[in-house]
Design a protein around this ligand. Structure first.
Ligand SMILES: *Cc1c(COP(=O)(O)O)cnc(C)c1O
Length: 349
């Protein structure tokens, strides 16, 4: 086996869903966001594990993603689409029984004309200015929309990863103002909003990243581990260089392991000369540039010759690696490449 080995712990995903579910009151439903192939982890297996844990409502970004979720889950669970009802989506929405979260006047018109009586939700913009009806549009259309019985009225927080940010309170106030006299179920919180407490929970929460072991859910169980096999080991003399553009030069004799995995596998070039991998508990620095398919690592200090090195696992989370790369755990997860051998584990150890 020469490709990396990506292990995805489905029991940890289920445990994270239960832990987030337990953070809100009995009457609050906890959905599961499985967009972007369940944040890169494989939507079929992840959605089934979440359904087994008790999730009944799933969210995807675009209608196309709903097909794999419907196939994995069968007819029962509700699958909602954040992008709403786009032109060309009508058949998919109808045939797969998807619930579009309508976000503009155009979409409302399209939906009510193309699929009268088909379930839908509405997205309101409370300040993020990304998706959803503006307050004035909502004021003008709300009676008409509410008469059609939306399954959900939702908005999204821009700064929920910073609980003390004033934007959170402003969006909460705006959401109350726009929806307090609405009978339909309401939703404002993703993972960060759940952690900010019951004021933000309303009737339904929509966690994504927390299910997959990422911040801001710092109590999450880790979900992914990634081991890269060693392809070759060599001894480099002082003064010799390693990798493209000679960005690392040995100051003393160094034992270098070349592992299989690179930026084509989602391991950002930004971690060149910065990140570490692990042999059991021992950190091993990356030497030189990350290339497309290979990374060189300092193993001089190890007492044995490693067969593989670990880049994601107990000692380095997706957020740790993201910090080094100057990005966020969400991006590390969703970039994990298609080349890995993927193993779906039940339970750790
Ligand atoms: C992605 C997304 C979520 C999930 O957010 P996390 O931060 O991953 O929990 C919830 N709601 C909307 C509208 C989203 O786009």
């Amino acid at each position: 086996m020469s490709t990396g080995r990506l292990t995805i712990d489905l029991d940890a995903v289920a445990a994270n869903w239960r832990a987030l579910d337990a953070k809100s009151d009995q009457g609050v439903q906890t959905a599961a966001v499985v967009k972007a192939d369940a944040y890169g982890l494989g939507v079929g297996k992840v959605a089934r594990a979440l359904a087994a844990a008790g999730a009944r409502r799933f969210f995807v970004a675009v209608a196309e993603e709903g097909a794999a979720v419907r196939e994995a889950l069968g007819p029962g669970p509700e699958i909602s689409v954040f992008a709403g009802h786009m032109s060309g989506d009508t058949d998919m929405i109808h045939d797969l029984g998807l619930v579009p979260m309508l976000n503009s006047v155009d979409q409302l018109t399209r939906h009510f004309e193309a699929l009268p009586g088909h379930p839908f939700g509405v997205q309101l913009d409370t300040g993020m200015n990304r998706l959803g009806l503006e307050p004035a549009e909502w004021a003008a259309l709300r009676e008409l929309v509410l008469a059609q019985g939306p399954r959900l009225v939702m908005s999204h927080l821009a700064c929920a990863d910073e609980p003390t940010h004033l934007m959170n309170r402003q969006q909460l106030d705006a959401f109350h103002e726009m929806t307090d006299d609405v009978d339909a179920p309401r939703s404002l919180a993703a993972t960060g909003g759940i952690l900010m407490g019951p004021d933000y929970h309303f009737d339904l929460t929509r966690p994504g990243i927390g299910l997959y072991g990422g911040l801001p859910f710092d109590k999450a169980q880790p979900v992914v581990s990634l081991d890269l096999p060693v392809v070759q080991i060599r001894d480099v003399a002082a003064g010799e260089s390693v990798g493209y553009s000679n960005t690392w030069i040995a100051e003393h004799p160094t034992r270098v392991a070349t592992v299989s995995g690179g930026y084509a596998d989602g391991l950002a070039r930004h971690v060149s000369n910065k990140a570490v991998m692990f042999h059991q508990d021992t950190p091993c620095p990356i030497l030189g540039r990350v290339s497309m398919d290979l990374i060189c690592v300092d193993v001089t200090h190890l007492s044995e010759t490693p067969k593989a090195l670990t880049i994601l696992g107990d000692h380095q989370s997706v957020d740790d690696l993201a910090d080094v790369a100057g990005t966020i755990g969400y991006e590390v997860l969703t970039q994990l490449g298609a080349r890995y051998a993927r193993y779906y584990a039940r339970g750790r150890g």
